[in-house]
Design a protein around this ligand. Structure first.
Ligand SMILES: Nc1ncnc2c1ncn2[C@@H]1O[C@H](COP(=O)(O)OP(=O)(O)O)[C@@H](O)[C@H]1O
Ligand SMILES: [Mg+2]
Length: 506
């Protein structure tokens, strides 16, 4: 047996910096929307209230992308460490940065050129540029201040924040952009990409957007014609924003302690079959149930049970918000792309121990979420079948009705249409043509200030459908039906006349 020596002898050292190609592989798991979220993180850390993401088109092709913000900017002292891969600074509590990697990894996952241009709140201008094509010796290029000034002076469409700083991150040679200059294909690519970005940023930053701390806009600039398109605003998508809870008694907060650290599980049950974009997240009902981890109000993970239970269609109404902090070390860690939280071995025990004042536990929460789901499906089955709505209804109403109401199979739908009547009656039931006619005379009153059109006056039409649908059913109109129609006609016509008169008076 060889002798075991604890000390390993050395006879000198050689310097071996990493091969520059190591940078090529940074951020492999990013998509453009997750990469952009990382740049928005930096803007938030710099106390920005506005961020503009701008696609630049040159000779038809998509050539560059800018992310500009009105935060405090980067000082001369910090600019070089900001450009350094893994260059960390002193992070304050609540800061979104952590690894000193985000900007570099996000940028090189999408582009071969990264330029950072910044005006610090003190007034200093700084510019640096990395290019993956000439990364010899890790030399970072210095950009002259007049160029920095020019880029910052572009029309970003936002107010300078109090500090007066601003930062522009510019990507060139973007690998993920379509190379075509065919206008239709560029347009399709842009609209698909922009809608993915709006969805992702709206979800990840919904808490900032909802409280009005941040505005994020996207636009497309045509460099040849020097025009900038109208901006798309990122709207918040809040995975916990429903109107009515799906189960009385919820949401509930279940709490557990770990090494003196408190973790709260905010357990929600969505109402059944919601059409809200806050519920219908990209990825689907099964993927989007489960745990939503937030760190400093930024969403890190949208769904998944991390071993607490298995994803199941019957649990699709269950969503749990968990706010994590960096001092719960060992319990949570996030991937460098900040799109996933990894939980430690203790997490399952912690979740099992979590309870509220009434003794509710995760297991009973899951049972109740499942029961709420089953009940919402049964309720629909017991409902009376109706004739479907046809032409004249806004597609959104048709969808809402079809979600709620089971239809009679094989029956023609009810159309709802306007025409000029001889009388001042509001409506006429035309069973033969399965059409509910509305008197054109009241159209301006019914549409308010809104535009007319085939699907106008959605509220009036939806109400009339609910009221009158069943007089279209059956072989003939009974005496009771006729009397009801006469009564509704009297009441609604006088209401319509009164509304019409008010419109004429104003
Ligand atoms: N938009 C910005 N405004 C001000 N400073 C920025 C901005 N973007 C990047 N920085 C600076 O660059 C540094 C490096 O950013 P990054 O690579 O994302 O790492 P991290 O955010 O983890 O520190 C940040 O710590 C910050 O000092
Ligand atoms: Mg960062």
């Amino acid at each position: 047996m060889p002798t075991w020596r604890e000390e390993i002898p050395t006879t000198g050292s050689v310097s071996l910096p990493p091969d520059p190609h190591a940078l090529d592989g940074l951020g492999r798991n990013h998509r453009i929307e997750t990469a952009l979220a990382d740049l928005v993180d930096n803007a938030i850390d710099a106390a920005a209230s506005e961020v503009v993401i701008r696609f630049v088109q040159r000779r038809g092709r998509l050539s560059s992308l800018y992310v500009a913000d009105n935060g405090h900017g980067i000082s001369s002292e910090l600019i070089d460490s900001a450009m350094t891969v893994g260059g960390r600074r002193n992070y304050q509590n609540g800061s979104l940065g952590k690894f000193g990697l985000g900007m570099k990894a996000a940028s090189f996952s999408q582009a071969r050129g990264l330029t950072v241009l910044s005006r610090h709140a003190e007034g200093e201008l700084n510019g640096r540029r990395w290019s993956l094509d000439d990364l010899s010796n890790f030399r970072c290029h210095i950009v002259p201040t007049d160029f920095v000034d020019g880029e910052l002076a572009q029309d970003w469409g936002f107010r300078a924040a109090g500090g007066g700083g601003s930062t522009v991150i510019r990507w060139d040679d973007i690998t993920g952009f379509t190379v075509t200059d065919d206008p239709d294909r560029v347009q399709t690519f842009l609209s698909v990409t922009i809608s993915r970005i709006l969805d992702h940023l709206g979800l990840v930053f919904h808490r900032f957007l909802t409280r009005g701390a941040l505005r994020i806009a996207l636009d497309v600039a045509d460099a040849d014609r020097a025009v900038i398109g109208a901006p798309f605003e990122v709207e918040p998508i809040d995975p916990f924003a429903y109107h009515h809870t799906g189960h009385p008694g919820y949401p509930k907060t279940l709490v557990a302690e770990h090494n003196g650290h408190r973790v709260a599980f905010n357990c929600h049950i969505w109402p059944g079959r919601s059409k809200s974009p806050n519920f219908r997240l990209h990825g689907g009902a099964v993927e989007r149930q489960g745990l939503y981890f937030y760190r400093a109000d930024r969403l890190l993970q949208a769904g998944g049970w991390d071993g607490l239970t298995a994803a199941d269609a019957r649990l699709q109404l269950a969503r749990v918000a968990v706010d994590i902090t960096d001092d719960a070390t060992g319990l949570f860690s996030m991937n460098p792309e900040k799109s996933r939280v990894m939980v430690g071995a203790d997490f399952a025990h912690l979740a099992e121990a979590a309870r509220d004042g009434d003794g509710t536990r995760v297991a009973s929460y899951l049972r109740e979420a499942e029961a709420a789901y089953k009940q919402s499906r049964e309720r629909r089955r017991d409902r009376r079948r109706m004739l479907p709505p046809g032409k004249g209804f806004d597609p959104l109403i048709r969808r809402a009705i079809s979600d709620e109401v089971p239809f009679m199979p094989g029956e023609d739908p009810i159309d709802i249409r306007w025409r000029r009547f001889q009388s001042l009656d509001l409506f006429a039931v035309d069973r033969e043509n399965r059409t509910l006619w509305l008197n054109d005379h009241y159209r301006p009153a019914a549409t308010g200030n809104g535009r007319g059109g085939l699907n106008d006056a959605p509220l009036v039409k939806a109400l009339l459908y609910l009221l009158l649908e069943d007089v279209f059913e059956g072989e003939y109109l009974g005496a009771k039906d006729k009397d009801n129609i006469a009564m509704w006609q009297e009441i609604l016509t006088s209401a319509a006349r009164s509304q019409h008169a008010r419109g004429a008076a104003s």
